[in-house]
Design a protein. Structure first.
Length: 634
């Protein structure tokens, strides 16, 4: 056909009755082709949608009709035609363009296409490795296209909101200094400086703090972060976060900005209205009630402490646990009293994955209580347990006795597993329950390293009221006569609270932040608390410590996981077949993700590099690495 003034005049999915009578030029892919007694129908698709193009021999040149008959699915075409009403009774209410069609006058094949390795229909299940190997085809599917558009709209809404609220978007370096913050970093060798390395940033944490010292005051960035983590279904080696930092703020200021940001972005990008302010729970209360620092508030089933009831009972596992300072807690599961012995055995094995020694059960059915431990309890003790749990006929009560951490993790995970198993949570309901979790411990005990480590990162400020505890704890580390051992829950360092907060949505952490340390002496105190030698602290962080001496303002911020937020909006929650636990499949909302084993089926990455390139980077592979490569290459 003749060369038009422009390649295309309209988007396929944008055509409406208002365009009737106009001649349009469209470009796109063949979504479907039908030949009905000489008249050929081609459904042409571009990213905006689908429109029906009609090649009628009575209206269209014969060579155009002949070409239309030759094309196949996913061929790339350019079609010129007249927009017209569909004949009465042939309208398609499922399509935005369903009232009209394009009466074709000309067609050009821009490219043909081989038979596809898999159908592009959303309802057809395709192996994920195949989808990722041909990701450019997978992204043509309607659902994937919609997710990419959602991501665009959401990030645009974020930028619009931040601009209107006085934030500057500042890009921070991708090549950075090795300053470990917890996760393993990707190393980048320096060709010009033999034996030295950059790292790819786990986050812009230190850089954005330096921007606060620089007087930027309100910073944000849609930041790419890279972490060399072990394989996990819900993690990616590269991910994106909405990074925010503010000067001269308290935690309440940050809550207020983030809540309004999410309220704005959810509605603008997805038409979802969320109520603010979000509720808040302290870390101790979240662990006490839900056994998790990221509780899913879409259903109840809260944990109940029954330690006082069973402290002196005849069941040794309960009484001895309480005597040793442990806990006995219960979880009442509505309508599950009919669980079989096999079901209970599976729940017990599930509980043992988290360190529990066992699982006691009480099934309330047919006016009796089925339990392996009820005979060791008095009627008064049993009645008090059931009353505190709010258990009724038909319910199943699960009980774990152990150290508080094991009890919380075991019952918290049982709660999540059963909440989904019983249908108490349906991800397709589009219910969004936000929660701030506050007052985390500043430090956690690392038994393997025999020292305290930061619960978040070492730049988190302790609560001002807890700085005396922090100083006492640091002194205690070097006092062999201090009566409380390191790691004990009564040690001063175990009791220091972090001026930190996590944002939770539907049981997933979607953000974490804190008020930061802005004074050198406090930062050095925290380094001493985690037993980072002073010379190592200076070597790794001297540039930050020095910056604090030049008028660093009080500041704080947060990082929101963009991929996780989008996965929740798009309904990408899945259940692990191995564990029965829910997780977010964030691969669905990333254009070109890696697999759970951190491989890229599309490009084959990671791949070997020529010896010449390695030599330029001053790298020599160890024998075991060479042997592995040789085996992989046959």
């Amino acid at each position: 056909m003749g060369e038009p003034a422009m390649m295309k005049t309209h988007q396929c999915g944008d055509l409406r009755p208002s365009h009737i009578g106009q001649t349009v030029t469209l470009c796109g892919w063949v979504n479907r082709i039908r030949d009905h007694g000489g008249v050929v129908f081609i459904d042409l698709r571009d990213r905006s949608g689908i429109v029906q193009c009609v090649f009628d021999p009575q209206e269209c040149p014969a060579e155009a009709v002949a070409t239309a008959r030759e094309v196949g699915n996913e061929w790339v075409l350019r079609i010129v035609g007249l927009v017209a009403h569909r004949p009465p009774g042939t309208e398609n209410p499922k399509l935005a363009t369903g009232e009209i069609e394009v009466r074709a006058r000309a067609i050009e094949v821009l490219n043909d296409a081989k038979p596809l390795p898999f159908p592009l229909a959303d309802e057809i299940s395709v192996d994920e490795w195949v989808r990722l190997k041909y990701r450019y085809l997978d992204l043509r599917r309607n659902r994937m296209r919609d997710i990419l558009e959602l991501r665009h709209r959401f990030t645009k809404a974020v930028r619009d909101f931040m601009h209107e609220n006085g934030f500057w978007e500042v890009e921070t370096p991708i090549l950075w200094k090795h300053t470990p913050e917890g996760a393993r970093e990707f190393l980048v060798p320096s060709r010009l400086h033999a034996g030295k390395f950059y790292v790819l940033p786990q986050s812009p944490q230190i850089a954005k703090q330096l921007l606060m010292v620089a007087g930027v005051e309100r910073y944000f960035q849609i930041a790419k972060c890279l972490r060399d983590e072990d394989p996990r279904a819900d993690r990616q080696p590269e991910f994106t976060q909405i990074d925010i930092e503010m000067s001269f703020v308290t935690d309440d200021d940050i809550y207020e900005v983030v809540e309004r940001l999410l309220q704005y972005a959810f509605e603008k990008a997805a038409g979802i209205k969320i109520a603010i302010p979000f509720p808040r729970l302290t870390y101790p209360e979240a662990m006490e009630r839900f056994g998790s620092d990221k509780p899913d508030l879409r259903f109840g089933m809260e944990l109940v402490d029954i330690s006082d009831i069973v402290a002196h009972c005849q069941f040794k596992a309960f009484a001895e646990t309480v005597a040793k300072g442990g806990q006995v807690k219960a979880l009442s599961v509505r309508g599950m009293a009919t669980a079989s012995r096999k079901d209970l055995a599976e729940l017990t094995e599930f509980a043992k994955r988290f360190g529990a020694k066992g699982l006691a059960t009480f099934a309330l059915g047919d006016g009796e209580i089925r339990s392996q431990v009820a005979k060791f309890l008095t009627d008064a003790e049993l009645g008090a347990i059931l009353e505190r749990c709010g258990a009724q006929q038909g319910d199943l009560v699960l009980v774990v006795a152990d150290e508080p951490e094991i009890v919380a993790e075991t019952l918290g995970n049982l709660r999540l597993k059963l909440g989904r198993q019983l249908g108490l949570v349906n991800p397709s309901d589009n219910e969004f329950r936000f929660l701030w979790v506050t007052d985390f411990p500043l430090l956690k005990w690392d038994a393997d390293e025999n020292r305290y480590s930061p619960s978040h990162h070492p730049f988190t400020s302790p609560y001002p009221d807890d700085i005396p505890l922090l100083k006492e704890g640091v002194r205690a580390l070097h006092d062999p006569n201090y009566p409380i051992p390191k790691g004990h829950r009564e040690h001063p360092l175990s009791k220091v609270r972090a001026y930190a907060y996590d944002l939770v949505l539907n049981g997933y952490e979607i953000g974490g932040g804190s008020i930061r340390i802005h004074r050198r002496e406090i930062q050095e105190l925290v380094f001493r608390a985690i037993e980072l030698p002073p010379e190592e602290a200076r070597r790794k962080f001297d540039f930050l410590l020095e910056a604090f001496e030049y008028g660093a303002p009080p500041h704080g911020g947060i990082a929101l996981g963009l991929d996780r937020i989008l996965a929740l909006i798009a309904g990408c929650e899945a259940t692990s077949p191995e564990t029965g636990m829910p997780y977010l499949n964030i691969r669905e909302v990333i254009a070109f993700p890696k697999t759970s084993t951190m491989q890229d089926p599309l490009t084959g990455a990671p791949t070997p590099v020529d010896e010449k390139v390695l030599a330029e980077q001053h790298i020599a592979l160890r024998p075991e690495a060479l042997e592995t490569l040789a085996q992989e290459q046959g």
